[in-house]
Design a protein around this ligand. Structure first.
Ligand code: ADP
Ligand code: MG
Ligand code: MG
Length: 890
């Protein structure tokens, strides 16, 4: 047997490993062969390998002699099995020609059915079938499909001709057409073809066959296939297989039918056959919407209150055979199958099977059920569920049955549904939410000073900004739904109104966001709550048993910490302290501290902040007792806290007794040209040690208090940000340890704690061997490490990242999925050098990447101890960590 063409069905030789390999024979071909080999009724056929399509395109659309010979041999296999020959005017074989890439690709060529018909064979078919109408119906279908798919003629012409033919007779349905009607239409179709392409419809069946094969090959490089490949990360060099298969006929009258089915309900996961069929129909009539399909089972028909008989009632024998096949297929593939079948005069034929697409809810239910049915083990169940799909389940979602009045769309920046009153600034959001209103914050774009408003809001809508804009990143972190960069949104801050498209709205009007779809809707659309129990809980337990890495959360409020613990977080991987500074009640003290002329002034302001900061940590530690909590000392450039508006300067002047001019001058002095690379991170601690002293004191006092009150302390892990040198960490570690000793002496008690650093500068990664002398842990701050390694700003990259990803310069947005080759190398180097100095040094990741499954797989490979993700991503990270452990153990 050749290795370019593989036969299946009939008495084809037993399938070998290559034929069952989807990379060679495509998904459809591999599964047809597999079904035939387990004895299921599959019409005989053959598959031309994907490799041949690649060769054909590379060699300038030319068939090799070897391929021609192999196809001719394979065709005799079909002819032998069916007992008919292609082109035999007395008793013709008809075939379908079907494309089939490794993965199902809607961008590929449509199937050609009934190939082998011409003016002579149609008469033979009429005689042997005893059904003239059927023969001419098949011929008109063939001309229509072949002209569209292979000859590239406008299919509208044929549809129009059919419509006119029906209208002339006063018919509504295709089924009303008689043999003579179809015969006349065939004549019209042939005339159409000749008129359009200047030559007659091909009567030579061999020419028909090679024309169809070429069309499948060529379709790999069609525009729509290219677009689909780009959108779905499918490599251009995979190519597509071609399947040529004997026709079976669902259009041979009332005992024939065609249908599609799932072995379980793909929406709910329920173990019930699910599908539709049509009597006396062919091919894609079921999905084409020309006739309304009927239900497969009696139960489904009754549930829907539908009249037309189910297949179970109309063709009980074929139905029971189908049910038997469903069970065989599930037992064989150990997964829910998506099936296409045809019944020809009462006999069932299988035309396709594949693992079916499903919702997240169904995926969980099926995985858990199949373990119960001994179909798969727990490891396989854990492997099967796509971690990212869990996102659908973790946020309240819009009631799918509710009507929607969509005003505009933007980017689906953070999933979930949010509904409430429009507010146009963060303070209003906080105020209105404080009095019990649900609000949606609408901004041109957001900045760090909007954090409190974003927190108070149900969701966030921005007119500008991409998937990694401030609004998007913060919203995902908080689990707030967000639509960013929405089209046609303009805000008039003075009039307190906004315009969405042609709709004029004012603050207080109600809107709803669908963060998963990026839709903005007028009014309140009802939502349904997520379900985190049942199958979800079961699968998560299994995942937890299988994973090695711990999963922590990035959180800085007690509410987020609580939620994260409910989602299974095993500690805090990143508590950013600056968000606490933006709180309305403290920003004044923070500004006084920053704008103070000297250390004494700063200390006075810090004294006001100490009790507030201590209260923050106390509240967090109370939630996180017994768990490690990594707290990052103050990190952002100070200018982010500075006042900008005149009224803010006036307030500050009142509070400090200093003049507005003086304060403005100080603010100017603090201005930086490149603040991300400026006075921030541990540089603040080195120059203004009193800030870090206050923070360390607040942490230790809170830890001692919580230990005294509850008998159990958390494990504070104090993290110094933006370290580049060993000396920086040495100085600041000494500072933290001194404060710890002071507090422990005052309180007469001790709590365990660690001091470590964030690795977020390339120099820190390279010098990790040195830095590890001073730090008990490293946490990879991969957001900044990506920025500083690539020299790309996260906030400004939206403008050029899309074309970069399109052209494959970056495989994915490096702020979403870790640049494993570059940034990853620095992580590996730092891990290795850190461990060489300090055996067992604690290693974790706290960038956004900690919630991205591909990045988590990388963390497993490097052997990190934990990943940290925003609360809503914790379950995703738990599952992804388990999958990573499973695949690294293979
Ligand atoms: P797609 O990948 O778009 O589903 P297929 O190659 O599966 O395309 O073909 C679509 C439909 O055509 C099938 O579901 C089936 O109903 C029909 N079909 C394909 N091959 C045959 C055949 N040999 N006999 C009868 N019907 C067929
Ligand atoms: Mg199709
Ligand atoms: Mg199909």
């Amino acid at each position: 047997m050749s290795n370019t063409v593989y036969t299946f069905g009939g008495n084809a030789p037993h399938t070998d490993a290559r034929q069952k390999d989807k990379t060679v024979t495509g998904g459809k071909g591999a599964n047809l062969a597999e079904m035939a080999s387990i004895g299921l009724p599959v019409p005989p056929g053959f598959t031309i390998t994907t490799e041949e399509s690649v060769r054909y395109l590379r060699e300038g659309a030319d068939f090799s002699d070897a391929l021609r010979a192999d196809v001719a041999t394979a065709l005799t296999h079909i002819e032998g099995a069916v007992g008919k020959s292609l082109g035999d005017a007395a008793d013709p074989l008809l075939v379908s020609v079907r494309s089939g890439a490794r993965v199902s690709m809607p961008g590929m060529m449509d199937t050609v059915l009934n190939l082998g018909l011409n003016d002579a064979t149609v008469e033979g078919l009429a005689k042997t079938s005893g059904d003239e109408r059927f023969a001419w119906d098949s011929y008109r279908r063939f001309i229509q499909m072949y002209s569209d798919v292979v000859l590239g003629l406008d299919h509208g012409l044929f549809e129009e001709a059919l419509e006119i033919a029906k209208e002339d007779q006063g018919f509504y349905a295709d089924t009303e057409m008689s043999a003579d009607d179809w015969r006349k239409l065939v004549a019209e179709f042939k005339a159409l073809v000749e008129q359009e392409q200047g030559k007659p419809f091909p009567q030579d069946v061999t020419e028909q066959l090679w024309g169809a094969i070429a069309a499948v090959f060529d379709s790999w490089d069609s525009d729509r296939a290219k677009v689909y490949r780009r959108l779905n990360d499918i490599p251009a060099d995979w190519g597509t297989a071609v399947n040529v298969q004997a026709m079976v006929f669902g259009n041979m009258g009332e005992t024939s039918a065609t249908g599609v089915a799932f072995t379980r309900d793909p929406a709910t996961g329920e173990r019930a056959y699910y599908g539709e069929y049509l009597i006396n129909a062919q091919g894609e009539d079921v999905v084409a919407g020309i006739r309304t399909p009927q239900y497969l089972t009696l139960a489904a028909r009754e549930a829907a209150g539908a009249k037309p008989l189910s297949m179970e009632e109309a063709m009980p024998d074929a139905y029971h055979e189908l049910a038997r096949v469903f069970d065989l297929l599930e037992a064989h593939y150990r997964d829910m199958q998506d099936i296409e079948f045809t019944v020809e005069r009462g006999k069932l034929w299988m035309l396709q099977t594949r693992s079916g697409k499903r919702t997240a809810k169904a995926a969980l239910k099926m995985a858990v059920d199949m373990v119960g049915e001994d179909l798969i083990d727990k490891r396989e169940a854990v492997r099967r569920v796509d971690p990212m799909a869990l996102d659908q389940l973790l946020h309240p979602t819009l009631d799918p049955t509710a009507p929607r009045n969509v005003l505009t769309t933007g980017l689906p920046a953070s999933p979930g549904a949010a509904a409430g009153k429009i507010v146009l600034d963060a303070d209003t959001a906080e105020q209105w939410a404080g009095r019990g209103d649900k609000v949606v914050l609408v901004r041109v774009e957001t900045s760090p000073e909007d954090i409190h408003g974003m927190h108070a809001a149900q969701g966030i809508l921005t007119a500008r900004g991409g998937m990694t804009s401030h609004a998007a990143v913060v919203a995902r972190g908080m689990g707030r739904p967000c639509v960013s960069g929405a089209n046609g949104v303009s805000i008039d801050r003075d009039a307190r109104t906004l315009r969405i498209g042609s709709m004029e709205l004012k603050e207080g009007d109600e809107i709803t966001l669908d963060g998963a779809k990026g839709e903005v809707m007028l009014g309140i659309v009802p939502t349904v709550e997520p379900e985190l129990v049942g199958d979800f809980g079961t699968l998560m337990e299994w995942a937890d048993d299988l994973r090695r890495m711990r999963v922590r959360t990035n959180a800085e409020t007690p509410a987020d910490c609580k939620m994260a613990r409910q989602f299974g977080a095993e500690g805090i991987g990143l508590c950013r302290t600056e968000h606490m500074f933006f709180d309305a009640s403290r920003i004044s003290a923070v500004r006084q501290m920053i704008l103070a002329d000297d250390e004494a002034g700063r200390r006075r302001a810090l004294e006001q902040l100490l009790p507030e900061q201590r209260a923050d940590f106390t509240a967090i530690f109370e939630v996180m007792t017994g768990l490690p909590c990594t707290i990052r000392l103050l990190d952002p450039p100070l200018h982010e806290f500075l006042p900008t508006r005149d009224d803010e300067f006036a307030d500050l002047a009142d509070a400090t007794g200093l003049g507005v001019d003086h304060l403005k001058r100080r603010a100017d002095e603090l201005h930086e040209f490149n603040p991300m690379l400026g006075h921030r991170g541990c540089r603040l601690g080195i120059t203004y040690p009193e800030i870090y002293e206050m923070q360390a004191r607040a942490i230790f006092e809170a830890a001692c208090d919580v230990q005294a009150a509850s008998g159990e302390a958390p494990l504070p892990e104090i993290m110094v940000p933006l370290v580049a040198t060993r000396k920086e960490l040495a100085i600041l570690r000494a500072l933290v340890e001194r404060v710890a000793d002071e507090v422990f002496a005052e309180k007469g008690t001790n709590v365990a704690y660690l001091v470590g650093t964030m690795i977020e500068l390339p120099r820190a990664a390279l010098m990790a061997g040195e830095i590890a002398h001073e730090g008990a842990f490293f946490s990879f701050g991969t957001n900044d490490l990506t920025q500083t390694t690539l020299g790309v700003s996260r906030d400004d990259s939206a403008r050029f990242l899309a074309p970069y990803v399109d052209q494959g310069i970056f495989p994915r947005d490096p702020f979403v999925s870790l640049d494993v080759d570059g940034v990853g190398q620095l992580v590996e180097i730092a891990a290795e050098r850190g461990r060489a100095t300090r055996e067992g040094i604690k290693l974790g990741i706290c960038g956004e990447h900690g919630g991205d499954p591909a990045s988590i797989a990388f963390c497993e490979k490097v052997g990190l101890d934990y990943v940290s993700a925003s609360p809503y991503r914790v379950p995703i990270a738990r599952l992804a960590a388990a999958q990573s452990a499973l695949s690294s153990g293979e």
